[in-house]
Design a protein around this ligand. Structure first.
Ligand code: BEZ
Length: 211
């Protein structure tokens, strides 16, 4: 069954390149990203994993733990990691889950047989500290994902969780934000000392609260 926003992220126990992972326990109070790639020793995946490794500090500063997954074995993962380190000029620093029996792939509906026979597509799940799914993405095998966009979405999700603001189209860190409709004008006045502008009663703009 497909996973929808607000669902509890399915829990699982699996082997990874950093040992056995009990997913919910491993996440702890962190935010999480679980992302699948179709297969080891493939070109697009090699660049993706190198890119994620280089973003370690960005994920850490946002309290996000990252795990990759494919249906290949631990032995394949370990061999491939040497290639990733060599060709992408980095050191892998997050776990790659081995899912040869497709247990996690099936739990998260990562196999789309009409797109890729028996392999996972490029799925992404962002999971909040409450273990609820906050974002899902599905990309085709031939298109590498934009991990800067994932960081941008996490910034937006964290602003909403902590400051009751939403973010407009093409928002970037530092841009103005939108007061969530659930807040009355009185509540917004209390919450946003920098004030807000009512363009329309339903469209209220405020400077990014944590800047
Ligand atoms: C890749 O990661 O390069 C890839 C994997 C499966 C199909 C096409 C490309």
């Amino acid at each position: 069954m497909s996973i929808r926003l607000g669902d509890t992220a399915p829990d699982f126990t699996s082997e990874s390149t950093e040992g056995t992972i009990q997913f919910h326990k491993w996440l702890g109070d962190s935010w999480g990203i679980l992302f699948s790639h179709p297969a080891d020793y493939t070109p697009v995946c090699t660049t993706e994993l190198g890119t994620v490794a280089k973003l370690k500090d960005e994920f850490e500063s946002r309290n996000v733990k990252v795990a990759g997954l494919s249906v290949d074995s631990i032995e394949d993962h370990k061999g491939w990691i040497s290639d990733i380190n060599e060709t992408q000029n980095t050191e892998m620093n997050f776990p790659l889950i081995a899912d040869p029996n497709r247990k996690v792939a099936n739990l998260y509906d990562m196999i789309h047989p009409n797109a890729l026979d028996n392999l996972t597509v490029r799925s992404v799940f962002v999971i909040g500290p409450d273990k609820k799914v906050k974002l899902t993405l599905t990309y085709p095998a031939s298109t590498g994902r934009n991990f800067d966009e994932l960081l941008r979405v996490i910034d937006s999700l964290q602003l909403t969780a902590q400051h009751s603001v939403a973010t407009p189209a093409n928002w970037k860190d530092g841009d103005d934000c939108i007061v969530v409709p659930a807040l009355s004008d009185e509540e917004a006045n209390e919450k946003f000392p920098k004030g807000f502008t009512s363009v329309k009663p339903y469209l209220r703009i405020t400077p990014q609260p944590n800047k």
